[in-house]
Design a protein around this ligand. Structure first.
Ligand SMILES: [Mg+2]
Length: 298
């Protein structure tokens, strides 16, 4: 997906000049325009935007107010916002930077300077996005990591509580994984974990989250899913892994997993920790019940 820019300016001439210039340079894949602050904020809430260029002097809410509103919201706290100030208004520049503007361009603008400033902000945004992805991803398997799982679980549980919808957490653990490592070595052991991760990923719907919880333990977050439905999902994965075929040196490997399920609404599930420990207890039960099985936490 290419980058996108939003130009907020009450002057049609200014908007067109900026968009034409950026288009000519091919800086972005998509270009959006708004005639005032309110329209700009509305667009931002409905479209993915990587860089905002915002005029200071506009009817209705001014550029500073737009900036203030954006910086107050977590999701826009780091969004690059370049203020468009009029020549000679040095105090506007200072005020904008104090409010958290990423940079500013003075009108009438120098085309090369504007492009350079925009490109710099876009580069910063791309690096921020990459860092966010890295911070949320398990490097071996490419699944979400535990940190990301907890964030998503917190969000999902509060959503479920607010709207009275169910959600489920499935904890899955590869059975006797230590034996796999002992028999085949850690390098092939890692390959096995990647294969399990891929299986989990393909078993999930677009709004589910598959995560590596740590070591050979994985987790699935299933929104809008009660414990009976979660059981079906977990049982299907358990079965798919049992019949999974490994090539080459791993050909003789027979892999199984155990799983434990916790669901909201469920007994004593009020916070994220309740859900995790309930799923853990169910997983423990599955292990002690002979492994290669799914248990629902009650
Ligand atoms: Mg203006």
């Amino acid at each position: 997906m290419g980058a996108s820019v939003l130009v907020i300016d009450d002057s049609k001439t200014a908007r067109e000049a900026i968009v034409t210039l950026l288009k000519k340079e091919g800086v972005f894949a998509s270009y959006h325009e708004a005639v005032d602050g309110e329209a700009g904020l509305e667009l931002l809430r409905n479209l993915p935007v990587d860089v905002v260029m915002c005029d200071v002097n506009m009817p209705g809410i001014c550029g500073f107010e737009v900036l203030r509103i954006l910086r107050a919201e977590t999701q826009y706290a780091d969004l690059p916002v370049i203020m468009l100030t009029s020549n000679g208004e040095q105090k506007d520049v200072v005020h904008g930077l104090e409010l958290g503007a990423s940079d500013y361009v003075t009108k009438p603008f120098d085309p090369q300077e504007l492009i350079a400033r925009v490109k710099t902000q876009l580069k910063i945004k791309m690096l921020q996005d990459q860092l966010k992805t890295l911070a949320n991803t398990d490097p071996l398997t490419g699944l979400s990591n535990r940190r990301c799982l907890f964030e998503a679980l917190t969000r999902e549980l509060s959503r479920s509580q607010r709207f009275g919808k169910p959600c489920s957490l499935v904890m899955l653990d590869v059975d006797n994984f230590k034996n796999v490592n002992d028999r085949f070595g850690h390098f092939l052991g890692d390959e096995v974990l990647v294969a399990v991760a891929n299986r989990l990923q393909s078993a999930t719907r677009i709004y589910d989250l598959a995560a590596r919880y740590g070591g050979e333990e994985f987790a699935l977050l299933l929104p809008d899913t009660d414990s009976a439905q979660a059981f079906i999902v977990a049982e299907r994965i358990r079965n798919q892994i049992e019949i999974m075929f490994f090539p080459d040196e791993l050909e003789s490997l027979k892999l199984t997993i155990s799983a434990g399920i916790a669901s909201f609404p469920g007994s004593e599930v009020e916070i994220v920790d309740d859900m995790v420990s309930l799923a853990d207890r169910a997983l423990y039960k599955a292990k002690h019940g002979g492994r290669n099985r799914v248990e629902v936490g009650l």
